[in-house]
Design a protein around this ligand. Structure first.
Ligand code: HEC
Ligand code: HEC
Length: 284
């Protein structure tokens, strides 16, 4: 009888411990917290230290990204798209292949640039040291940065000359790779899949509308555009095409995408004579 009740109470303790540990699933131990606080970032000659960014994070980032970096800051209910959950270690703007961690420079650039069409502002008043420290702080929230190395950046070869043939070829790539399924045949974000898109957290998400003149989230240069579709925007339906698009084709696609934008460009100038019609997906 006594052993019975002892067994029973031990069982209860086990249940209680289990319940408690699953309840506090995201909690980490003090020792782990200390070791994560030793996280560094390396940007050129700069070394960033997570511990030195504590104050800046509390002051400037916590309202959206939350104390735990889980994206549950007090402004979260009013913010759409939602602040990023740093615990996941998943980032849209990378120079590295899909599924891999970004390099420190990627996060360093993202913080200064902000993310267009979101509440994430550009933080361009910090010193480089402050920004490097914040990079280390962002990393310290995710165990991925302890157990994994960043991916190897996808090389961006120098751009060839913009020619009418290349723009035309780029339109073929747009058709063949089915960018239009989400982005629409004219780049208006109204393709057949556009209305059903969700991100990895099952939240509705819009494809990018090239005709609005908006900035890309992950940089404005031609090289940035090249990187966007070769790396993909992880956590979103925007896939990586690195396995399917060759470097020459990637540049052709960049040139074609520029013709969809409402902004004056060399590409638009060259495309004028072509009189390009929007693609017809089902025609050969
Ligand atoms: C007003 C709200 C807000 C504040 C304040 C804010 N962020 Fe963000 N942040 C966001 C949102 C929203 C996103 C997601 C945007 C998206 O996915 O398009 C984001 C995304 C990010 C990302 C992920 C970028 C990627 O490539 O996926 C990083 C890194 C980041 N923020 C760092 C910071 C840092 C560092 C600070 C403080 C200096 C900060 N944020 C302050 C709203 C905020
Ligand atoms: C399955 C749907 C889907 C397909 C296919 C797709 N995209 Fe996207 N794309 C998206 C979504 C969704 C976003 C917006 C992501 C966000 O705002 O976070 C996006 C964003 C973009 C952006 C803007 C990125 C930024 O930094 O703001 C570019 C450029 C882009 N896509 C190019 C392409 C190209 C080129 C192709 C074909 C090679 C393609 N996409 C295929 C869904 C798709």
């Amino acid at each position: 009888m006594r052993t019975q009740s002892l067994k029973w109470s031990l069982g209860m303790v086990a249940v209680a411990v289990l319940a408690l540990s699953s309840f506090s699933g995201a909690q980490i131990t003090k020792a782990e917290e200390d070791s994560r606080m030793g996280m560094e970032s390396h940007i050129g000659k700069l070394t960033g230290h997570a511990k030195d960014a504590k104050g800046d994070y509390r002051r400037y980032c916590v309202g959206c990204h939350g104390d735990e970096g889980d994206g549950n800051g007090e402004n979260e209910p009013w913010v759409d798209p939602k602040p990023r959950d740093f615990e996941l270690g998943v980032f849209k703007c990378r120079s590295t292949p899909t599924g891999t961690l970004p390099i420190d420079e990627d996060l360093f650039d993202t913080i200064a640039r902000g993310l267009d069409r979101s509440n994430m502002p550009p933080w361009n008043t910090f010193t480089k040291q402050q920004r490097a420290d914040l990079v280390a702080y962002v990393k310290h929230f995710s165990p991925r940065f302890v157990s994994e190395k960043p991916g190897t950046p996808i090389p961006v070869p120098p751009a060839p000359e913009i020619t009418a043939d290349r723009i035309k070829a780029g339109q073929e790539v747009f058709k063949k790779m089915e960018c239009w399924k989400c982005h629409g045949v004219e780049g208006r974000a109204n393709g057949p899949s556009a209305s059903t898109l969700t991100d990895d957290q099952s939240r509705a998400i819009q494809a990018f509308d090239f005709t609005e003149g908006a900035r890309f989230k992950c940089g404005v240069s031609d090289a940035d555009l090249y990187k966007i579709f070769m790396t993909g925007l992880d956590g979103t339906p925007m896939p990586s095409f690195a396995d399917n698009i060759k470097p020459e084709e990637a540049w052709e696609l960049v040139f074609y995408l520029r013709t969809l934008e409402p902004i004056k460009s060399k590409e638009k100038e060259v495309a004028k004579g072509l009189n390009l019609k929007p693609i017809t997906p089902n025609a050969p």
